[in-house]
Design a protein around this ligand. Structure first.
Ligand code: MF3
Ligand code: CO
Length: 255
């Protein structure tokens, strides 16, 4: 689907969709505790989406069977919620997309379940920082490669694997619009990012390999070597000051 530039009114509508996504994350983060199943997280999402008059971007997408994606430990993305019980020490990437009044918001966050290892905690910190740097690089009239470069340079400085098989995307009235947003790159490559281009930026880093494998359910993507993976994603609008985050987290409502 083509690349589209949004005006201020459209960006505000995406921000409204992004706020619903943030509300889903806040509810899941509040409830998350060892012993819950990933299907329980899906139900929390379903309820918040319904309360807000929004629908999941993912449910039914190419036959995807759930409202959110839940990817545990060595699962990178597209894990399907189900009977799996979360244990103390697990990390779980929760990916949420919402459609509100015709516009999508899309954001993923990786949470620790109870107390997690220092290794896992460091991976989460590094991946969140990679996202922050990538968001800051979404500057008007810079090239798209600046985003991938920001992710890749930071990840390499921390000896992290960077997943190249998956990346971010343009977003708006469609969940997936052009351009594809790689997590590697060079600042002098790629299309010029215009003000009002809206992107989902989503670095995925690992403690080991960069190679991926898809499980027999045809959705769940895992690290080929079983190492841990983390995934953080925001929907942003390109601006002269860098990416304006449209899926801002609501830590203030978490008490
Ligand atoms: N954030 C992911 C993406 O943008 C979620 C897609 S899950 C799917 O690709 F089920 F909808 F495919
Ligand atoms: Co996405």
């Amino acid at each position: 689907m083509a690349m589209t530039i949004k005006n201020e009114r459209e960006i505000q509508r995406m921000e409204a969709a992004g706020h619903v996504v943030a509300l889903v994350h806040a509810a899941i983060e509040r409830e998350l505790t060892p012993g819950l199943t990933t299907a329980d997280l899906d139900e929390i999402a379903r309820n918040v989406l319904a309360e807000q008059g929004a629908v999941s971007s993912f449910l039914g997408y190419h036959g995807y069977p759930a409202h959110i994606c839940t990817s545990v430990n060595d699962e990178i993305v597209h894990g399907i919620p189900g009977r799996r019980r979360l244990c103390e020490g697990d990390i779980v990437s929760v990916d949420v997309g919402a459609i509100l009044e015709g516009f999508h918001g899309d954001s993923a966050w990786t949470y620790g379940v109870g107390a997690i290892s220092d290794e896992a905690a460091a991976l989460l910190r590094d991946t969140e920082e990679a996202l922050n740097r990538a968001v800051a690089a979404a500057v008007s009239n810079h090239r798209l490669g600046a985003i991938g470069h920001a992710v890749e340079a930071f990840a390499r400085s921390r000896q992290r694997g960077v997943v190249k098989d998956y990346g971010g995307h343009g977003i708006g009235r469609q969940m997936h619009e052009d351009p594809h947003v790689p997590n590697i790159g060079r600042p002098d490559r790629g299309v010029l990012m215009r003000t009002g281009l809206t992107l989902a930026i989503e670095p995925m880093l690992t403690t080991g390999t960069e190679e991926t494998r898809t499980l027999g359910d045809n959705w769940t993507v895992v690290t080929a070597d079983g190492s841990l993976a983390a995934h953080f994603e925001h929907t942003v609008a390109v601006s002269p000051e860098g990416g304006r985050v449209l899926t801002r987290r609501l830590s203030s409502v978490l008490e």
